[in-house]
Design a protein around this ligand. Sequence first.
Ligand code: GLP
Length: 241
Amino acid sequence: MRVIATATLDAFAGAAADMVCDQVRGKANSVFALPTGNTPIALYAELARRTRVGLMTFTSTRVFNLDEYCGLSAADPHSYAAFLRSHVVEPWGLPLSQARLLRGDAADLAGECRAYDTAIDVAGGIDMCILGLGVNGHVAFNEPGSAWDTTTHVVNLAHATRAAHERQAADSWQIPDKGITMGIKTLREAGQILLLIAGSGKQAARAALDRAVADAAWPVTSLLGHPRLTILELSGVVEHR
Ligand code: GLP
């Protein structure tokens, strides 16, 4: 496990972007699992900048999102699919066929989970999984107490998760009770994991990682022992751009 601490948002985004670029230089058609939330916004902006100025091209990459709210269509501006389209798919110039985003509004959610797992398998698995960290230690939407042998599945969102999202929302909207998420087994099977830690309220989850003991109450500890785990943290509060 590698831990990198950065002092500024630019250094945080730059270090994460360097890792993404190294991955793509090594394998142009890398498969990524990508997070939403405030934490990765500066990373996505930096990757978009590198694309714009011609430093990098991501057009062969394939992307999956980690999670989605149940009940939201990809056209809903609150959906994670919409977030990833505007922060990643469009700036990277990805054909839609290379971006498989969870369908939160699927009539058959169990079927959607199976189809998603099949799509990940067909892509050859996740090469690089980038994760944010929930205030309660969740990764993607794997909430405290989740099983660790799971693939894509539907979850009940924890109270702490819904409260955090309500606080972050720019407008008032009813946060759904349920989410759909890649499971911990899928995350752990990724070739490499980049865990991004930034923002307020993450201290307790970070402390669980420091204890270095696998603990189902802190899903992030399921990542411990992964052979290529990097923890990249910003010691300060994330600025919003
Ligand atoms: C949500 C997402 C996670 C994300 C987490 C942290 O719950 N499901 O994938 O990592 O929020 O969000 P933020 O980066 O805004 O702190």
